[in-house]
Design a protein around this ligand. Structure first.
Ligand code: NAD
Ligand code: TDX
Length: 350
């Protein structure tokens, strides 16, 4: 039995939020979940609608920056788990308003409501708030798994409009804990992969490119390192922090999954029966962070969390299979997503 019976999950129709909704639904049958989601381009009701008949999951379509709707859902809840965000770095380089509005004002609106109703609040954030780490050319694989990693003591140093608005949201949560006794925890997680990820993101973009007869696109030299974690492990980490975390604490979630983009792309191509060099190198993302790496020891030792999906190769294969088997989920959007990327590339190539 869990202490929280009615939780609000913001952004629960998006990639990671919907995976969390499934995780709680499957593992904690005494919990009722209200998803508050604006259903932006990244939100998809099909990620969660198979759970509605149970009566344990409901969707309220609304904006987290709207105090009225937030008050309405908060008044009936005992905890808020906050995933909703504008989440894509490339989009944040083109237009910033919605990042400020959702990531900063939205978080502000939620913590004011959490304060009013004295709710438990968990804020889901990203390792990108810490900026990036150097890698060492002298180590095999350019130093993935070696050297410095992010901890909860690493100074904030965000690079992009996306990561800076996430950093700003983390800081107001911290200040509300200190000034108003908000019962909040924060988690900063590394790059997620798995089912239901929007096809604008790296792994699903390349899988669906290959399935659509389009060459995968690698930014720059592909040496950038991401610390991949299966989204189900992110969910179990958030649940662990929600139920066992110390108020005011920040926990980093990662599963020791460092890989550079080139090797991930070559792995996808090989698994899908293509030549490993059968991709286009395109102009790099502006301000592209080099390496992320998480030191997860605080979450492991203080709260006893362990990731389950530690074999990236089998997780990647299952993800490829999921996109192959669920073409209906992504096909209609593919042309528009690629047309938007083609416009971005034109600007970058100038
Ligand atoms: P996503 O873009 O797939 O989903 C975001 C969801 O939020 C969508 O359902 C969207 O409709 C909803 N949303 C957006 N603006 C809203 C608003 N104003 N009001 C209500 N709902 C709104 O994002 P994701 O990749 O699932 O990321 C979820 C969270 O996890 C974000 O806070 C992100 O910063 C964080 N995070 C993501 C990763 C990653 O690898 N994707 C890693 C670490 C942390
Ligand atoms: O087509 C591509 N080619 C490419 O080489 C795309 C879309 C990306 N990339 C590179 C850029 C990154 O180094 O792949 C890496 C991963 O890119 P994204 O999927 O856009 O993720 P990233 O920018 O690392 O951010 C993700 O992880 C942290 C999420 O989108 C964020 O929401 C999260 O906070």
């Amino acid at each position: 039995m869990t202490e929280f019976k009615n939780i609000v999950v913001t952004g629960g129709a998006g990639f990671i939020g919907s995976n969390f909704v499934h995780y709680v639904y499957n593992n904690h049958p005494d919990v009722h979940i209200t998803v508050l989601d604006k259903l932006t381009y990244a939100g998809n009701v099909n990620n969660i609608n198979m759970l509605f008949d149970s009566g344990r999951v409901e969707l309220v379509v609304g904006d987290i920056a709207d105090p009225e709707i937030v008050d309405q859902v908060a008044s009936k809840a005992d905890a808020i788990v906050h995933y909703a965000a504008e989440s894509h770095n490339d989009n944040s380089l083109k237009s910033q308003d919605e990042f400020i509005q959702t990531n900063f004002i939205g978080t502000y609106t939620l913590i004011q409501a959490a304060r009013k109703y004295d709710l438990r609040f968990h804020h889901v954030s990203t390792d990108e708030v810490y900026g990036d780490l150097p890698y060492r050319e002298d180590l095999p694989g350019h130093g993935e798994g070696e050297g410095e990693k992010f901890t909860d003591k690493t100074p904030y140093n965000p690079s992009s409009p996306y990561s800076s608005t996430k950093a700003a949201s983390d800081l107001i949560v911290r200040a509300w804990v200190r000034s108003f006794g908000l019962k909040a925890t924060i988690s900063n997680c590394s790059n997620n992969y798995g089912p239901f990820q929007h096809i604008e993101k790296f792994i699903p973009r390349q899988i669906t490119n290959i399935l659509s007869g389009i060459k995968p696109k690698l930014y720059g030299d592909g040496k950038n390192v991401r610390d991949w974690i299966h989204t189900e492990d992110h969910s179990s980490g958030v649940w662990t922090i929600l139920t066992k975390g110390q108020m005011g604490e920040t926990y980093l979630i990662g599963a020791d999954g460092e890989k550079n983009n080139k090797e991930v792309l070559e792995d996808i191509l090989t698994r899908m029966g293509k030549d490993k060099d059968d991709y286009d190198r395109v102009t790099d993302r502006a301000g592209h962070d080099l390496r992320y790496a998480i030191d997860n020891s605080k979450l492991r030792t203080e709260l006893g969390w362990t990731p389950k999906h530690t074999d990236f190769e089998s997780g990647l294969q299952a993800t490829i299979d999921w996109y192959r088997e669920n073409e209906n989920w992504w096909k209609a959007e593919k042309d528009a997503v690629e047309a938007k990327y083609a416009e971005t590339q034109k600007v970058l190539d100038k």
